[in-house]
Design a protein around this ligand. Structure first.
Ligand SMILES: NC(=O)c1ccc[n+]([C@@H]2O[C@H](COP(=O)([O-])OP(=O)(O)OC[C@H]3O[C@@H](n4cnc5c(N)ncnc54)[C@H](OP(=O)(O)O)[C@@H]3O)[C@@H](O)[C@H]2O)c1
Length: 200
């Protein structure tokens, strides 16, 4: 399967940064990108998580610890790694937000750190990326189909979808897209054991 994928997506010689790459979706994207020939850098806040993550990947993957929600740290990360071919942002917000009536604004603002991580990448992209490159963000299906008791996440996901559309026009020819998953399980080491509405 990798061979047939490689005919379509040969990433040999290309540099891929995965922000949030130390677990689940980011880790699997790292694994596949490496198999397709990319030079992969995983980034997240925790150095120990990053060290554990690369232990499960082929040799050659490197790491960079940074908090992408802080503008200066995101800028430094991107400048230090430039020029980049592809950036994927799978970082989560790590809060327990739920419905709009029940979620205090402080928690909702913490949830929206994911919007700002995405914004920081788009804001600095034109100076740190090759023009043939791509940026992939993660939103979520609740942005289009609201779910009761999940209002903060629905509005966050909708905001990321709305961010991507003008960014694709403004950053062209760099390609900008969002993946909008529903609740999905990932790898066996760190399963999502109940529906996403209550766990992420
Ligand atoms: N899984 C689902 O069903 C689902 C559904 C819809 C949308 N999504 C979204 O899809 C994305 C990927 O999901 P996932 O389950 O693979 O994510 P995840 O494993 O929960 O989180 C990915 C990584 O983000 C890193 N992170 C958190 N805050 C960060 C920050 N400020 N700066 C840099 N890295 C940070 C964390 O590492 P550190 O603690 O080391 O920073 C963590 O390893 C997430 O944004 C999630 O909300 C997931």
């Amino acid at each position: 399967m990798v061979d047939s994928l490689k005919e379509l997506y040969d990433l040999s010689g290309q540099k891929v940064l995965i922000i949030g790459g130390s677990s689940r979706m980011g880790l699997e994207i790292a694994r596949l990108s490496t198999m397709l020939g990319a030079s992969v850098i995983l980034s997240s806040r925790s150095k120990s998580k990053l060290d554990a993550a690369i232990a499960s990947l082929p040799e050659g993957v490197t790491t960079y610890a940074a908090n992408a929600a802080i503008e200066q740290e995101a800028a430094q990360l991107l400048q230090d790694l430039a020029p980049l071919d592809h950036i994927v942002v799978t970082a989560s917000s790590g809060t327990s937000a739920s419905s709009i009536p029940e979620t205090p604004s402080e928690i909702a603002q913490a949830a929206f750190s994911r919007f700002w991580m995405s914004y920081h990448v788009l804001h600095f992209a034109s100076t740190v990326m090759r023009s043939s490159g791509s940026i992939t963000l993660l939103s979520g299906s609740s942005g289009r189909r609201p779910v009761a008791d999940y209002g903060v996440w629905s509005s966050l996901h909708g905001s990321i979808d709305s961010l991507v559309r003008p960014a694709a026009l403004e950053l062209a020819p760099i390609r900008v897209n969002a993946i909008s998953p529903g609740g999905i399980g990932t790898n066996a080491r760190s399963p999502i054991s109940s529906p996403c509405w209550t766990t992420c």
